[in-house]
Design a protein around this ligand. Structure first.
Ligand SMILES: *Cc1c(COP(=O)(O)O)cnc(C)c1O
Ligand SMILES: [Zn+2]
Length: 419
């Protein structure tokens, strides 16, 4: 199996360009990386992965942010707004109440547009330039559109985003709008938007920058590299487990790829690789279903619903990459209710960390896995929080305290405070 966790290095095909090529994860067919536009395998329509002749070790990395890891990326520079280098917060009260040896929060909401999508776009938009395309497009639950609009405009390109009407948080639409994207509101869910944009891309209308695009996942790989470097610096060991929210399972795939490459580079032992643990909302949990049933394929859920709109996805396109990632690392997947998500959002806010609902799924999932005894009290864990609180102000206001009306004089305010 091409996605197993092993120290074996891939054979280098003739298609390699400067040590980089694309390879189908299903049939092994290879393609040159930058000659023509391609998202999936010409032969079997399988997902593609970017592969490299030389895999770097930690010593090869220098600088800060996503481009610190240029040696592990397909290009040496990108269209950048200084993405990456996000905080790995300590959360002592949460660590205590969840009951693990160590808990750190990797807050991806601290990226330029407020989500980890920036890491994928700095690479993906640079590849689009390399390919010479002029119009970029994506389907989005919101954050991908915000990042695409920002990075597309920075790169001087036109952007088109397809969003499910009425299901995108306010902050995200505002971003896509001000950064100049054409916003098409589709009368359907995210999965329908993705079907349409894939057809537009196949017809040559625009370059597709959903996480189906293998170059985007290269940028997102750097989340894993930063977490590992952070843990090595603070604990002299990589984390036992990384817990993350799952929508299209791009991050799950990307982090697994980062670990496989470190194993191949001889930097990480197979036994050290963190257990990838995915969390979905109960109303949108096809990956959890596949893991629980030991299935090789994910069944598409046609009706999905959750307050965590960023992970309101019924057909996770990266499942063929992510399922081996969860299984080979000894991880698992679990679903949580919207109430559990909101409770975790409050818990994080109580430590000064403001996240949008989908992000809090990681912490909600960890708490549940601890309660069920699946995660041990001796584990060192990193939870990924994927997006910023301000992305979804309505959800934050609903989860938080209500404003209290008071009269416009000090006496009245004091009276109110005492009552
Ligand atoms: C995109 C997104 C996700 C889902 O990530 P995948 O890589 O598609 O699984 C989760 N949370 C937020 C905030 C997002 O924007
Ligand atoms: Zn193939």
């Amino acid at each position: 199996m091409s996605l197993s966790l092993s120290a074996e290095k891939p054979a280098v095909p003739d298609d390699a360009d400067d040590g980089v090529w694309l390879e189908c994860i299903e049939c092994g067919e290879t393609f040159p990386p930058f000659e023509d536009v391609r998202y999936t395998c010409d032969e079997c329509d399988g997902l593609l992965e970017v592969r490299y002749t030389d895999l770097p070790t930690f010593d090869d990395f220098e600088g800060e942010g996503v481009w610190r890891y240029a040696d592990a990326l397909p290009l040496s520079e990108g269209v950048t707004t200084q993405e990456g280098a996000t905080p790995l917060y300590e959360v002592p009260r949460l660590e205590e109440s969840v009951g693990v040896e160590a808990l750190r929060i990797k807050h991806e909401g601290m990226n330029p547009t407020g989500s980890f999508k920036d890491r994928g776009m700095t690479v993906g938009v640079a590849v689009a330039k390399e390919l010479g395309v002029d119009r970029l497009a994506c389907a989005s639950t919101g954050n991908t559109s915000a990042a695409l609009a920002a990075y597309g405009s920075r790169g001087g390109m036109e952007t088109l985003v397809l969003l499910p009407a009425g299901k995108v948080a306010a902050g995200k639409i505002a971003q896509a709008s001000l950064h100049g994207a054409r916003i098409l509101e589709v009368d359907g869910n995210f999965d329908a938007c993705l079907d349409i944009v894939q057809e537009l891309a196949a017809g040559g209308e625009a370059y597709l920058l959903n996480s189906l695009n293998p170059f985007r996942l290269e940028g997102q790989k750097t989340i894993g590299l930063e977490i590992l470097e952070g843990f090595l610096a603070d604990y002299d060991a990589v984390p036992d487990r990384i817990v993350l929210p799952v929508g299209n399972a791009g991050n799950t795939s990307a982090l697994y790829k980062a670990f496989r490459e470190l194993v191949q580079a001889g930097e990480l032992a197979e036994s050290e690789v963190p257990k990838l643990t995915g969390v979905q909302a109960e109303g949108a949990a096809p990956m959890v279903e596949a893991i629980e049933n030991g299935a090789d394929e994910v069944r598409r859920w046609d009706d999905v619903e959750t307050r965590a709109t960023a992970i309101r996805i019924g057909n996770p396109v990266n499942a063929p990459k992510a399922l081996p990632g969860i299984r080979e690392t000894g991880g698992t997947a679990i679903s949580v209710t919207d109430e559990e998500i909101t409770d975790a959002q409050r818990d994080l806010a109580g430590e000064g960390i403001g996240v949008e609902p989908a992000s809090a799924a990681s912490v909600a999932g960890l708490r549940k896995l601890r309660t069920e005894g699946i995660v041990g009290d001796d584990e060192r864990v990193a939870c990924l929080t994927t997006g910023h609180l301000l992305k979804d102000p309505d959800a934050a206001a609903a989860a938080g305290n209500d404003p209290e009306p008071v009269p416009a004089d000090t006496e009245g305010v004091l009276e109110h405070l005492r009552s």
